[in-house]
Structure formats: structure tokens, C-alpha cells
Design a protein around this ligand. Sequence first.
Ligand code: FE2
Length: 379
Amino acid sequence: MASGTLEVAAQPHDTFPINGTDYIEFYVGNAKQASHYYRAAFGFRLVAYRGPETGTRDRASYLLQQGKIRFVLTTAIRPDLSADAKRIADHVYAHGDGVRDLALWVDDARDAFRKAIERGAEPVQEPTVLSDDDGEVVIAAFKIYGETIHSLVERGGYRGLFMPGFQAVTPSYNPPEVGLRYVDHCVGNVELGKMNVWVEFYAHVMGFRNLLTFDDKTISTEYSSLMSKVMANGNDRIKFPINEPARGKRKSQIDEYLDFYRGPGVQHMALATDDIITTVTTLRDRGVEFLSVPTTYYDDLQQRVGKIDEDVESLAGLGILIDRDPDGYLLQIFTKPVEDRPTVFYEIIQRKGAKSFGAGNFKALFEAIEREQGLRGNL
Ligand code: FE2
């Protein structure tokens, strides 16, 4: 059962209107191979490309799509040629493959950027107009934790597929989708003592509110603990939980992330499905690795969450976790890190009314993470 403190303050007025997540851009060492992984394993479609063949000499980007989710995988080709490409290569050197940009879709990028900067955000890119035969996109960006940024993307004046510079591609290799529909939430890990700094930032600069708070008593195992606050925007479509490590007997999973990512960054993205059993079965068949909980987790399930529509044996067979809150229940499962550094991973989530984040599963889940940390020698 979710036991965090629910803090929902009525928002009289949305001071920073955001329509939704526009795209998530990753800086990676080898975008061609990373895009193959997300297509073959996660069922994303490759829909557009930007690189030397389309006139961009120094870097390459692959636009992948599934449902409303857009991933852009970008790599440096000639870090010696431009500051942009060097920044990408430096980012990969420091962090490994990781999220650079949680891009947000807005109606007026200039206005949103001006407000963000006035309220204290640090600029990364002044509003810039990108245009081609299909119209124009206005894009601006500011910093958040670590080297992560929020781009603000205004696309009202654009009829094209994605963005000027990208060319549509129609590959013959198209593994079937796995049923992923939209980004449910994106979680950031920040340093000890910095959670409230970023909570304040989202509240003050972007008009977010604190939806839920988990203290170190909610989220602790025998060994380690963390604290987390969930921030949500005015229309509730964007949810950014922020984690910081808390003191425990051993190293927190957040500390492990901070050590290997070399600083704060995006820890996991939760991708929503309408049929978690089919989605997770397919992902497993295609080689995606998930954390597993002991089978005893399912022993008292009925008692803990009450009646659910799904067959408990199927859920247990796949390792899917269940939690209930006053609005309904949710089903969730977490992948292992999707790269060699123990940093970025995914959550697959199906909401059946529940608006929370699975606090009832935190203990079982964190014990599973600690078993993996132990195997890596990082506990
Ligand atoms: Fe999550």
C-alpha cells in the first residue's frame, strides 16, 4: 500500500503550461547499435535520421517512436569538428550512455524560456528557429540537475515529421511493437542534500507541485535508504520524481548511480502499457532483463492488494509487482540497467486507476536492487 505523504495543493493557475513530453534525447557511444537494441528488444520504430547523409557532418541522431514515446539517440561522429559534437563525446566519456534532454512540448517556446530564465533557470540555448519546407520549430533549452537539460519545443508552425534536419526513413527491418504507449514519469537522482533544491526549482521555476513525498523510513531496507519527492506539472502529464541518497548501513543504490554516472542524472523512465503481461512477455522473449523478487512476494498478495483482474500466476511467472492506492491499483516491473554502468534503467507500468508509484513494492524492489549491487561489488 502506498504510504508516502500525499501533498496535493490546488493549483489556481498553471504558471508554466506544458502539453506533454516531446522527446527524450540520449547521448550514446554508438547510436547505430543503440537504435538496433531499442528496435529489436523494445519494439521502437525507426522513423527519422539526421547525420552525414542528410548534411549534418559531425554527429548522427536516430528518432525512434512507439505510441507517443519519442527517443532520439545521438552520437558524436567528429568531436574535432564542432563544439556540439565535442559536448556529446565529453558527455559520453563522463556519464556513459545517458539522458541529455527531457524535452517538453510547449505552445510558446520563447515565452516559456523567458519565464524560466526570469525565475532563475540557467540558459543552455536561446530560442532558435529551425526551418525547412514543412515550416518551423522553435526550440530553447535550460539546465536542470547535472548535465541534463529541458528543451522547450514549439511545433505549432511545423507540418513535418519531427524537426528540420531530420529525414524520414522507411526501413525494411521493423520488429513488432511491444505495446508501449507513453512516458509515465522520469526519475532523477541527485546528490545528498540536493533533493529539496530541485523540488524548489520545479516548484518555483516551472510551477510544479509536490505530489508525493517518501522519506527514508518509507524507503529503506536493512542496508540502505533513499528519499524521494514526486513533482507534477499543472496538467499532471509530466511527473518528475527526484531521489537523493539517505544514510544506511551500506551504500545506497542512489550513491552507486552517482558514482558511476559521475554525478546527478536521469535514473529511470517509466513507460506505460495497457497490457503489461503481453508487453513484459515480449520484452523477456527479446532478451530484456528484469529484476526479480522472491516468490514469497506473491504469497500474501491477495491480502495486500485485494481483487485484481490479472491472473496472479502469470504475474508471478513474469515477476510483475502490484500495488494499490485509494484510486485503484498498478502493475509495474523494472529492468536491470540497460548498459554496463549501473545507471539508466526502465520501468514498465500499467495503471488501473492508481495514481501513485508503487510504494508498497519499494522494499521488495530495493532488496532486489541491492542483490544486484552486491554482485557488482558496490554494496
Ligand atoms: Fe518509477
